[in-house]
Write a protein that binds this ligand. Structure first.
Ligand code: C5P
Length: 414
């Protein structure tokens, strides 16, 4: 049975040539057992008739914001927004992305996107120059930072005769992506907070102390957690990576900002994974003016930054905490010591040195938890992240449901 069986899909269709593919998408969604309510923009009705989509979905297609009959008949725009388990807009035009990025509500579809708490997925379709335009890039980045998931676009021949990125994903691909959202994962319903990337500690208005972290491991972990069904917030230092689909991203710069962003959210999460390379020290005070190279020597006064991971582990009701340890030698001993020193549930340790660790595609991990360890052999960071998330999910469940692991002592305790 499809994971979409009995799910309520609000399918938005905006005005692009790919709107004709919405007919096939509705048919596939219905065949998978989903209820489908189609909402079209006025532009979309120029490309495909509401009657076609009404016949395929088995429900009257909605378009007007001020539809008195519908508003009075129990399917007003707020009820419709609450009805949906998921919102998918396919195709999503450049104009629709811009209006959503601005939070506008100037037609029924944008109003529903604003009024609904259900996940929003967008399948963009447009000319390659429009997709590449800085305005569209900025709109996409903003939407992704709010947790909106973008599906595609694909590269290929475009209706305008050009070739490049801008083609809407095929209906079958969109169906598979939607099914993936509803498949039960090992972290279903779990809230996960992840830190990633480096921090930058300002020296003066133009300089900072930083490190080589690319953020790839943390981003891969955030993506793997989202794929496993978790609601993921990623607190990220400055990196050159796109926000993973379905993940909410909070961008920070300094360790102090990262600490504040994490502590404000740590009480509301089930699992905290600290993958950021946080600067251990910061300049005592950043110079207000650019430091001049007049003196032959310069001494910097550095002070300790807060340890974010240790502070989360010290909370009265801490989430399941996972830290990373990058070591050049005696990996297991140092990782065990770090786990105890920081009071965390699990340490994912990796050796750093030539070709391993920072700024590389591959990594290998040794997972240390209370009473056990597990080795995850060298693999691309994305695969390693999926394995790490499965191990974390199993350990988290075992802690939450001690009876299931056969720990009789914990049974019946509060
Ligand atoms: O002590 P060390 O820096 O080796 O510990 C690494 C682990 O602690 C990583 O998980 C890192 O994200 C986390 N950490 C932190 N805040 C710091 C320093 C490290 O959360 N100030």
């Amino acid at each position: 049975m499809s994971s979409l069986a009995n799910k309520r899909v609000l399918l938005g269709v905006s005005g692009g040539i790919a709107a004709y593919k919405a007919a096939e998408l509705v048919r596939l969604l219905r065949a998978a057992g989903a209820e489908v309510q189609v909402v079209m923009t006025r532009g979309a009705t120029r490309f495909i008739t509401p009657l076609t989509l009404q016949a395929l979905s088995g429900r009257p297609v909605r378009e007007a914001l001020f539809d008195e009959a519908a508003e009075a008949g129990g399917m007003d725009h707020i009820s419709l927004a609450r009805w949906a388990d998921v919102l998918l807009v396919a195709p999503a035009t450049a104009d629709l992305l811009a209006r959503l990025a601005q939070g506008r509500a100037d037609d029924l579809l944008t109003t529903l996107c604003l009024a609904s708490r259900a996940p929003l997925l967008l399948a963009p379709a447009m000319n390659v120059a429009m997709w590449d335009h800085p305005a569209t890039r900025a709109n996409v980045a903003l939407l992704e930072s709010r947790g909106v998931a973008l599906l595609g676009p694909a590269e290929g021949e475009l209706a305008c005769g050009e070739a490049g990125a801008g083609r809407m994903l095929e209906p079958a691909e969109l169906l598979a992506a939607l099914e993936g959202r509803f498949r039960r994962g090992s972290l279903d319903g779990c809230r996960v907070l992840v830190t990633a990337g480096p921090t930058r500690e300002p020296l003066d208005p133009v300089r900072y102390l930083g490190n080589r972290s690319s953020g790839r491991m943390g981003y891969a972990v955030a993506e793997a957690a989202a794929l496993a069904g978790a609601r993921v917030t990623l607190v990220s230092g400055p990196v050159a990576l796109a926000c993973p689909p379905g993940v909410e991203r909070v961008v920070v710069e300094t360790a102090a900002e990262m600490h504040a962003a994490v502590m404000a959210r740590a009480g509301d999460c089930d699992i905290f994974i600290a993958a950021a390379a946080v600067a251990d020290y910061r300049p005592q005070a950043a110079a207000a003016q650019k430091i001049k190279k007049s003196a032959p020597r310069l001494t910097l006064d550095l002070v300790r930054n807060p340890d974010i991971l240790a502070d989360v582990a010290r909370l009265p009701r801490p989430p399941f905490t996972v830290g990373f340890a990058a070591e050049t030698d005696d990996l297991e001993r140092h990782a065990r010591a770090k786990r105890m020193a920081k009071g965390v549930d699990m340490i994912a340790a990796n050796r750093v040195g030539p070709g391993l660790g920072f700024d590389t595609e591959d990594n290998e991990l040794l997972l240390i938890r209370e009473g056990g360890s597990e080795r995850l052999p060298r693999a691309p960071k994305t695969r390693l992240a999926r394995q790490l998330i499965e191990s974390i999910a199993a350990a988290w469940r075992a802690r939450r449901e001690p009876a299931a692991t056969g720990d009789d002592h914990a049974q019946g305790t509060a």
